[in-house]
Design a protein around this ligand. Structure first.
Ligand code: 3Y8
Ligand code: NAP
Length: 243
């Protein structure tokens, strides 16, 4: 009898949870607890870390999990590594439900960097108006470049004011649309976008808006995740989990 653990936090994870609930598959959805009020899911949901690899392996054994789907964000690399090693230790099958990287198209002006520090190092020049579409965990890295005005798009109102002398906060949870992101960039006079190569549809609107407005993008490439079975459709994941 299948009991599926969905490691969530993405649009794809939510779509999978909906399909799993409609199919009546026994499942648990898992959030890290990064935001105040995560989206409600149509299956039982747990919120919070597992306690590293050992905590994860114990969880899946104690809760009789038969299959694990890693549908976390491509930058949630620590969770992906923990799930990989935890499933190996517990002898439970794992697949990743992932989304392809974004690639620059005609009219795009992208600079690829390896990580957040690489993005910061592109900001040595004179003052700009920078859209930081990275969430609150990455904001402090930009304190070394105080000459810029930062437009910070965050899921929750931050409890502590960001350590950036010139910034605007936009509290907004995706998925986003092109009209909204174009209006955001125009109203704030954005002349540079910094973002992660998240893939998927929930966060790509800003790239289309940047292309239309001729705004350059600093694209942070994905961190390394384990080599594991990857799937890209809900049907393939459901077939895998129920046969
Ligand atoms: C807690 C759970 C769904 C999932 C929706 C997707 C789309 C909207 C776009 C921008 C980029 C960013 C950020 C983003 C997007 C979806 C998806 C996605 C990017 C929620 C959610 C949780 C989080 C955590 C949050 C991070 C932050 C990243 C904001 C829910 C809304 C920037 C990633 O304030 C913080 O601390 C935010 C933290 C991790 C990245 C970071 O490193 O700081 N996501 N986002 C999950 C948990 O607790 O386990 O309430 O839905 C989910 C979504 N955010 O079901 O519809 O599929 O990617 N999330 C990025 O892509 O760069 C915003 O502003 O343009
Ligand atoms: P991370 O750095 O890979 O993970 C750090 C720790 O957070 C993990 O070791 C684990 O704690 C816990 N954790 C992460 N995801 C979890 C989940 N789904 N369920 C339970 N515990 C989880 O993770 P992150 O980048 O902070 O991402 C956290 C969440 O936000 C994930 O659900 C991810 O899908 C979502 N998200 C992240 C981004 C992003 O840009 N990073 C974007 C959109 C959504 P323990 O070690 O204690 O088990």
């Amino acid at each position: 009898m299948t009991k599926l653990l969905i490691l969530g936090g993405t649009t794809e994870a939510s779509l999978l949870a909906r399909a799993v609930a409609d199919r009546g598959v026994d499942a648990v959805f898992s959030y890290a607890g990064r935001v105040a009020a995560p989206k409600t899911q149509p299956v039982p949901t747990r919120i919070g870390g597992f306690g590293g690899v050992v905590g994860f392996a114990n969880y899946i054994q104690q809760h009789n999990i038969t299959h694990v789907v890693d549908a976390t964000h491509p930058f949630a690399a620590q969770m992906s590594w923990n799930a990989y090693h935890g499933c190996e230790a517990a002898g439970v099958p794992l697949v990743a439900f992932s989304r392809p990287v974004w690639t620059a198209g005609d009219g795009d002006n992208w600079t690829h960097v390896a990580n957040i520090d690489g993005a910061v190092s592109t900001l040595r020049g004179p003052a700009r108006r920078v859209l930081l579409a990275l969430g609150k965990q990455s904001v402090s890295a930009f304190a070394s470049k105080p000459q810029h005005h930062y437009i910070l798009r965050l899921v929750d109102v931050p409890q502590i004011a960001p350590d950036l002398p010139s910034h605007s906060i936009v509290v907004s949870r995706g998925p986003f649309d092109v009209a909204g992101d174009r209006a955001l960039m125009q109203s704030h006079g954005v002349d540079l976008v910094i973002c992660k190569n998240s893939g998927g549809v929930g966060a790509e609107a800003k790239l289309f808006a940047a292309r239309e407005l001729g705004v350059p993008v600093v694209m942070i490439d994905r961190p390394e995740v384990p080599t594991r079975q990857e799937m890209s459709t809900i049907k393939s994941v459901l077939d895998w989990a129920t046969t």
